[in-house]
Structure formats: C-alpha cells, structure tokens
Design a protein around this ligand. Structure first.
Ligand code: FAD
Length: 394
C-alpha cells in the first residue's frame, strides 16, 4: 500500500514492479486527478505552452498494465501501525507494508487561508486557477523570492503581467545560497521587468492588494504565495511514526520509519546522509525519483542504504539553474566563470573535497561535478576556477 500519488508514490509502485514484486500494489491519493508531475506547473503549464491540459503533465504510466490499483480522491486520516490499518475517509484499509509518500503542502500567509485572489502553487488545481490571472495580464504580487516565486514571476512576465516580488529577507534565496552568489541573481528580476522589493514583509492581504508591515499598500489583482512547503504528515500524529521537528517523517538510512513495515519517501521524509553527516529533508524532484528505488528494494527484503547527492534544477528568467550536493556556510567557495557572461558556476569544497555545485547555464559543469561529488573527489582549486578547463579530480 502506498499513500500519496505524486512522483514518489508513483515511482515506488513502478519500482516495486520493476524489482519483481508480483503481489498487489495499491496507490492511494487524495487528489482527484490521475497522478501528474509538478515541475511544469510553475513553468510551461502556466502559459498554456504544454496545452495546459492535465494530459500534458500526467505521468506516462499505464497503471492498469502495471497491475497497480489506483484509489484517487481518498484521504488518509490516520495510521494504526500496530494493527497495519490505514484509516481513510473511504473506510479502513488493511496493509502488509506501507509506503508514506504524502509530499508537502505550501505554507500559507497568516490570515489568508481560503481568501479569494490569494494563490498557492502546489497542485494542478492551483496552476489551473492561475492561468486566467496570466491570461488577463493582471498585476501580480508574488510573496517570496524563492525557487517557486522566481519561476512564477518568470511565467507571469512572459504572459505580460506587471509583477512585483516581495521578499522579507534582504535578497532572493537567502536561506539557500550565500550573498556572494545571490548577488549575481538579484539583477535577473530587474532585467526581466520584475520589481523586486527585498526586506519587505507582507502583513496582510485585502481586496485589491497587499498590506505591508510598514502600513503601505501594494495594488494587486492576484497574490501568489511562495514561502515554502511543509511535510504533509499531520495525519500521522499518534501513529507511532516518529516525526522530526520540521514535521518530516524520520526515516532511517534504509528509508524505514519507526513503525513496523512502514517506509517513507519523497518530500514527506527526512533521512540520515552519511555523505554529508547530517539529516536531510529534500523537497526536490530527483529525491522523489531516487528514494523509491531504495525503499522498494528494502521493502522486498534488501538492505540498501539511501545516500544520494541531492540534485535539483530551476528555470527562471531565461536561465537554467542547477544545484547538486549540499554545502555549509563554512565551506570554501570557488567561482568558475564570469556571472556577467550569463553562464557561470560555483563550487563548494570541504577540506579540499567537492561537496556541492551551482551551475547557471553550464550543464557540462553540472555533469562533471556531480560525478566528482559522488566519488568524494578533490579537484585542483586553481584549475577548477578556470571555466575553460573541464572539472576533474586533482
Ligand atoms: P507530492 O508531489 O507533493 O505528492 C504527494 C501527494 O500525496 C499529493 O498528491 C498529495 O495531495 C497527496 N497526499 C498528501 N497527504 C495525503 C493524505 N493524507 N492522504 C492521501 N493523499 C495525500 N523540483 C525540482 O527539482 N525542480 C523543479 O523545477 C521543481 N519545480 C517545482 C514546481 C512546483 C510548482 C512544485 C510544487 C514543485 C516543484 N519541484 C521541483 C519539487 C518536486 O515537484 C517535488 O519535490 C516532488 O513533487 C515531490 O514528490 P512527492 O511525491 O514526494 O510529493
């Protein structure tokens, strides 16, 4: 039994079959739509460039042929792990083994839950609700200059909307990248014709716009909120599945939870990374694809450890931004290439070993660096700073 029919849930079902499991597989999810992919929702789908129809983002998986029972529109309400029972709004479901893949839900701006004109961007329905906003070329205020905010702002500008991005921190992506790196990204907003207001907090939303903490108002036909996501695990309270302080299911290195026969994958779960010597909670697509391979193998009796080099990409303001690995503030930063040229990379070394890379328009750097990070290799720092020299171990 798999709960949550997003990428991690679907991929778990596919992996179970690929790895030889012939018994029943049920994939239960609370959204009414056939399972679909999320990254296009903040990109082409908003513009209708992929037809905008559900069929274009739907996973190319024939569940019937795979022998997977899809139960859509069913919400898991509680877990009775000792009895191996899942409580759903459609009744009690017994399972032998359970995979938690309930993903994450977007953080709501305080006091705005359900308010007309205030949009999260997580689901297909969210994207569908935003399409008319772009079609009408409304003035949009985007709250949060993170990955989703930047991608939405890109699409909205492309559609011809006037866009203001309001960010409480003093720069975009403040919680993710150092100031020396985001300094090269801040200008992207202005270049695209987007007004970026950093150090600005939204206090509330009212008809026709947002109210800022200083009491001033910003007019807006629509408000799009991209201020982060939290693991969708509230329903597991009291189940015996331990959650960590961020609310993520606390999986072990085999992606097992603290409850018997219960595993967890994707955005809803954190796992211990031996590679980075810390627990990671990764809210990116690649993790939702890779984790299920390990979970399925272990569910079928294997003893595989999950220790990926995390990876994600973002498409914003005409740039292809990729990041792999995990860096800390104290790691040594090496710049590779001139940001004013439009394509550049940044490497992070820890005691000489490459631990993370950010590549803007340099997919080859990304491919080479990912291999070095996975191998725990140490590049020559002088050569690594030369964008004309391929990245390799010293
Ligand atoms: P989800 O996709 O969230 O799926 C979980 C499913 O479980 C949902 O359908 C949910 O409704 C359901 N569910 C939750 N609770 C219950 C319950 N109690 N009972 C039943 N069902 C339940 N990553 C990148 O690397 N690059 C990108 O460019 C990128 N773009 C993105 C753009 C957008 C708009 C979004 C939202 C995400 C993007 N991501 C991107 C992140 C990536 O899509 C996620 O990491 C990935 O979807 C996680 O998959 P998941 O299956 O763990 O969770």
């Amino acid at each position: 039994m798999i709960v949550g029919a997003g990428m991690a849930g679907v991929q778990t079902a596919v992996e179970l079959r690929q790895q030889g499991w012939r018994g029943p597989v049920t994939l239960l999810g609370d959204e009414p739509h056939p399972p679909y992919d999320r990254p296009p929702l903040s990109k082409a789908v908003l513009l209708g460039a992929e037809g905008g129809a559900l069929a274009d983002v739907r996973f190319d998986v024939d569940f019937r042929a795979l022998g997977v029972e899809l139960r859509l529109g069913v919400h898991a309400q509680a877990l009775r792990a000792e009895q191996h029972h899942l409580v759903t709004d459609a009744g009690l479901v017994a399972y032998d083994a359970l995979v938690l893949a309930t993903g994450a839900y977007p953080v709501v701006l305080p006091g705005t839950a359900g308010l007309a004109g205030v949009h999260p961007l997580r689901t297909l329905d969210d994207a569908a609700a935003l399409r008319p906003v772009l079609e009408r070329r409304e003035h949009v205020v985007v709250v949060g200059a993170g990955w989703i905010g930047a991608e939405f702002a890109t699409a909205a500008r492309q559609a011809g909307c006037e866009v203001t991005v309001v960010e409480a921190a003093d720069r975009p992506l403040a919680g993710v990248l150092p100031a020396s790196v985001t300094a090269h990204m801040t200008g992207w907003y202005g270049e695209a014709g987007v007004t970026l207001r950093t150090g600005t907090t939204v206090a509330g939303v009212e008809a026709g716009g947002v109210v800022l903490a200083d009491g001033s108002r910003l007019a807006a036909g629509a408000v799009v909120v991209g201020i982060g996501a939290r693991p969708a695990t509230g329903w597991l309270a009291g189940s015996g599945v331990t959650l960590d302080p961020q609310g993520a299911v606390r999986a072990d290195e085999r992606l097992r939870t603290t409850a018997p026969d219960v595993f967890a994958v994707g955005d809803c779960a954190s796992f211990p990374s031996a590679r980075y010597n810390r627990r990671l909670l990764v809210h990116h697509w690649d993790n939702a694809v890779q984790g299920p391979r390990t979970a399925a193998a272990n569910l079928l009796g294997g003893e595989e450890a999950y220790d990926p080099v995390p990876y994600f990409w973002s498409e914003q303001f005409g740039r292809f931004v990729q990041y792999a690995g995990f860096h800390r503030e104290e790691d040594t930063l090496i710049s590779r290439g001139d940001p004013s040229d439009g394509s550049w990379s940044v490497l992070w070394l820890r005691r000489g070993v490459l631990v993370a890379v950010l590549a803007v328009g340099r997919p080859r750097d990304m491919a080479q660096a990912r291999k070095l990070i996975a191998a725990g290799s140490a590049p020559d720092p002088v050569l690594a700073a030369d964008p004309a020299v391929p990245l390799k171990s010293a």
